[in-house]
Design a protein around this ligand. Structure first.
Ligand code: CP
Length: 302
């Protein structure tokens, strides 16, 4: 019985990540396995979401589980002053696993320390988004036939982008080569650079996409996270700093794929959507199989 929480991607070893990849492939081949029959999944979204919430709920339904929860905390007793602690203690009595998203960094970790059921972090502020990373890795594996030694360019909001933080830590396990493209204001936080240095991994930082796009296997575009800025003027200055256009993909590697955790605002022009190298909508589908794998694994049912 595993029965553990998933709060940060570093909670999973390389072997566990590979196990999730295997399970996701198994669920993709046969998505009718009812491994969570009789279980109740609580879906607590204190922050907006389309993909993460709906793909978790789709995954739970496919696995035969029932889903309870909320996507609008304004309709809960939080509005009457109930604490986060009391909310988690209560929901843990109603469910077998809790999937939660919040803007409070560290709140899922705290929840995992007080909950008697596993907690899955579906995104906490600018900190971590480990389930997105697992579906990103599955997308990389499917398109590149490997995880080891890939060359990846991460573009956009590397400061507040939680998907980037988790993905860099995961790919460090697989010896990736990183090109980090961000304006100075949105560069990768020092703790993640230290993480790479400690593992002997090199990375290049630049403010331009430039010619390096021709030397990578994956371009990972990200949205500038408007909701994390305290200064609106600063957001306005950087919001459209990178726009990937179809013509920029000429001369890139045949195996190049464009990933994006979505939602997109302006950072990928719609003319890229029909390019065979665009993979971001397939990536959303992969989220269902990966989340089926994650819940089954954490509950020790696979
Ligand atoms: N990728 C992602 O987390 O999307 P949502 O915010 O729509 O869940």
């Amino acid at each position: 019985m595993t029965d553990k929480s998933l709060i940060s991607i570093t909670d999973f070893s390389r072997e566990e990540i590979l196990r999730i990849m295997e399970l996701a492939a198994e669920f993709e081949r046969d998505s009718s396995q009812q491994t969570l029959q009789g279980k109740i999944v609580a879906s607590l979204f204190f922050e907006p979401s389309t993909r993460t919430r709906l793909s978790f709920e789709s995954a739970a339904n496919r696995l035969g589980a029932s889903v309870i929860g909320f996507s609008e905390p304004g309709n809960t007793s939080v509005t009457k002053g109930e604490s986060f602690h009391d909310t988690i203690m209560t929901v843990a009595n109603y469910s077998d696993i809790i999937v939660m998203r919040t803007n409070l960094e560290g709140a899922p970790r705290y929840a995992s320390e007080i909950s008697r059921v596993p907690i899955v972090n579906a995104g906490d502020g600018a900190n971590q988004h480990p389930t997105q990373t697992l579906l990103d890795l599955y997308s990389i594996l499917k398109t590149q036939n490997r995880l080891d030694g890939i060359s990846i360019m991460l573009v956009g909001d590397l400061k507040y982008g939680r998907t980037v933080h988790s993905l860099i830590q995961a790919l460090a396990e697989f010896g990736a080569r990183f090109t980090l493209v961000a304006p100075r204001e949105l560069e990768l936080p020092q703790e993640y650079k230290d993480f790479l240095h400690e593992r002997g991994l090199t990375f290049v930082e630049t403010t331009e996409i430039g010619q390096e796009i021709g030397n990578v296997d994956i371009v990972y575009m990200t949205r500038v996270q408007r909701e994390r800025f305290s200064d609106t003027m600063e957001y306005e200055r950087v919001k459209n700093v990178y726009v990937l256009r179809n013509e920029m993909l000429a001369g890139t590697r045949p195996n190049l794929r464009i990933l994006h955790p979505l939602p997109r605002v302006n950072e990928i022009a719609v003319d890229v959507d029909s390019n065979p190298k665009a993979y971001y909508f397939e990536q959303t589908e992969n989220g269902v199989y990966v989340r089926m794998a994650i819940m089954s694994y954490l509950l020790g049912l696979k």
